[in-house]
Design a protein around this ligand. Structure first.
Ligand code: ADP
Ligand code: MG
Ligand code: MG
Ligand code: MG
Length: 402
């Protein structure tokens, strides 16, 4: 009866759940249900009332990851996801799905059906372009990252938030898969054979690089700066021409703000590499590449502009008003951003969880070239992270390596 004991639902049960537990459909509804999840961790049901042309999404957390039952992950992450979606909806309703009901027994919540949108990674692999994305995603990031930080939040309230978003299991996945395993010859890595010699020499053989990743890992584990999304790649973005919605914040916790920005930028670089490797018409390829580099430049520069504007408008912690502090704070976010660009580029090529932008490149040599170029850029982003201060700085490095 859904109210005593947790179990993972099938389509039939999810439909029953919607009927009995969600005060959403009309009594004459004619429901159908389909599991549409394509992620690694959860079950996503789309429940449709054909008769009244109405629908809803139910997302349920399973007890283990779908990719591998090696990852045991507490279904409590569903609470974290539905709670942070409410906070994000408060700050940026235009870029956040509306949520309806969190159920602590079944570890599921209901949300707005965004089926008229497309997952951004899939759209980018088809080389579609979204000129407003940079504007939308920077609004989302500036508001969620600055307004949840100690700069703008009462210190005690902020600590209560830190506590309620303690997310040890999902943080451990990031600590292992992003910050640790890609940088040595770990069994769980999945290396494309043609790229292996490069990786052995340039990544696993680079002691300076390893040292920097150790510093960055401890910073990720200890810098409770902002309530971050934690998994802000292009597979967590639903997009259409004039609208952008960010989904899937189950990795949320208080961490470095640059982690989110870096993920956005790195995944745009994967789209760039895909376009370079797979678009045969030169003019079309140039146009797509230009769209991506313009978007990356705008993500950085618009972030800075909007961050500075919101900083001025916000009631701040007293010492944040000292001259020079704003600049220091923003520069440290940009440094973390650059480092995370490098980490994300590396972990998606060497580590366990891949991106389709790269794995869908069919020709072996083209994929090897894309991987080596991304890794070459990655090293520079990590090693020289203090030098990336403008959108042009980021784009210059990308064009140099790719
Ligand atoms: P996971 O945490 O398992 O990665 P996601 O939240 O990313 O789950 O959702 C997996 C997939 O389910 C998405 O890629 C998308 O195709 C679909 N989906 C998720 N949320 C919605 C929604 N609100 N509306 C429509 N489809 C959705
Ligand atoms: Mg997902
Ligand atoms: Mg997904
Ligand atoms: Mg997820």
């Amino acid at each position: 009866d859904f109210s005593t004991e947790y179990f993972t639902m099938n389509e039939e049960q999810a439909m029953e759940y919607a009927k009995k537990k969600l005060d959403y459909f009309k009594s004459d509804a004619e429901l159908t249900c389909k599991e549409i999840g394509d992620g690694n961790l959860n079950y996503v049901f789309q429940i449709v009332d054909e008769k009244n042309k109405n629908s809803i999404i139910l997302k349920q957390a399973g007890p283990v990851a779908r990719i591998s039952d090696e990852f045991k992950v507490s279904p409590d992450r569903n609470r974290i996801e539905s709670d942070i979606l409410k906070i994000q909806y408060e700050y940026v309703p235009e870029h956040t799905p509306k949520t309806y009901r969190y159920d602590p027994v079944m570890n599921c919540f209901a949300m707005e059906d965004l089926s008229e949108y497309e997952i951004m990674r899939s759209a980018l692999i088809k080389h579609q372009t979204f000129p407003e994305f940079a504007d939308h995603i920077t609004t989302f990031m500036v508001k969620t990252l600055l307004l949840t930080s100690d700069v703008a939040t009462n210190a005690k309230e902020k600590k209560a938030l830190v506590k309620s978003f303690i997310n040890p299991e999902l943080c451990e996945i990031t600590e292992d898969l992003v910050y640790t395993e890609p940088f040595y010859d770990c069994e769980r890595n999945e290396v494309f054979p043609a790229t292996r010699p490069f990786i052995e020499k340039e990544i696993w053989g680079d002691k300076q690089l390893q040292l920097e990743t150790a510093k960055l890992k401890f910073e990720f584990m200890t810098n409770a700066q902002s309530l971050i999304h934690g998994d802000l790649h292009t597979g967590s973005v639903f997009i259409k021409k004039d609208s952008t919605k960010v989904i899937d914040p189950e990795f949320a916790f208080y961490g470095p703000a640059g982690y989110d920005i870096g993920n956005v930028v790195a995944n745009l670089i994967f789209a760039y590499a895909n376009g370079q490797a797979t678009i045969s018409d030169a003019e079309e390829r140039d146009q797509f590449q230009k769209y991506i580099t313009t978007t990356i430049r705008d993500v950085i520069d618009l972030f800075k502009v909007k961050f500075n504007k919101l900083w001025q408008e916000t009631d701040k912690e007293f010492v944040a008003n000292y001259e020079g502090f704003q600049n220091y704070y923003l520069n440290s976010i940009l440094k973390d951003t650059a480092a995370v660009v490098g980490l994300e580029l590396t972990r998606r090529i060497i580590g366990l969880a891949k991106v389709a932008d790269i794995t869908s490149i069919k020709q072996e040599e083209a994929r090897q070239k894309a991987e080596i170029n991304c890794l070459t850029a990655a090293k520079q982003f990590i090693l020289n992270r203090e030098t990336f201060k403008t959108g042009d700085n980021f784009v210059f490095q990308i064009k140099k390596a790719l």
